[in-house]
Design a protein around this ligand. Structure first.
Ligand SMILES: [Zn+2]
Length: 131
């Protein structure tokens, strides 16, 4: 027997959404009537609205229109981890008048912010040159 799955028009873009995605994401997408991509970016928009932190206190970074998420050893990997490089990243928060350079090897590259959300998700950091 094949489980019925609901396919629907995304409220926010021309794509279709479905409730068949894993780990509860599908149920949320069906409730909001948004596709996987829009669901993902709504989560990122949520970080911006919560002061560039996720509910676990990880820091959202937007650099040159690309979205990243940092974490600490204590927090562990983000739950929906994407690509993680092993390179050292150095960044400066744009609203930090002291210009403190943060150094981390824990940076999740989440992707390029869609044009439709760029206005509401402006850059909040820049990469610092290598020391
Ligand atoms: Zn969509």
């Amino acid at each position: 027997m094949t489980a019925q799955s609901a396919v629907f028009q995304c409220k926010l873009c021309p794509n279709n959404g479905t409730d068949r995605h894993f780990r509860g994401v599908g149920a949320r997408m069906a409730a909001y009537r948004v596709c996987y991509s829009c669901d993902f970016w709504l989560m990122c928009l949520g970080y911006a609205m919560l002061g560039d932190q996720d509910p676990d206190g990880r820091r959202a970074l937007r650099i040159d229109g690309v979205h990243y998420l940092s974490w600490t050893e204590e927090q562990g990997f983000p739950p929906e981890i994407g690509y993680v490089g092993d390179e050292e990243s150095r960044y400066v928060l744009l609203d930090d008048p002291a210009g403190t350079v943060h150094v981390t090897r824990r940076l999740w590259l989440m992707g390029t912010i869609p044009d439709a959300l760029r206005d509401r998700m402006p850059d909040n950091a820049i990469f610092a040159p290598p020391s």
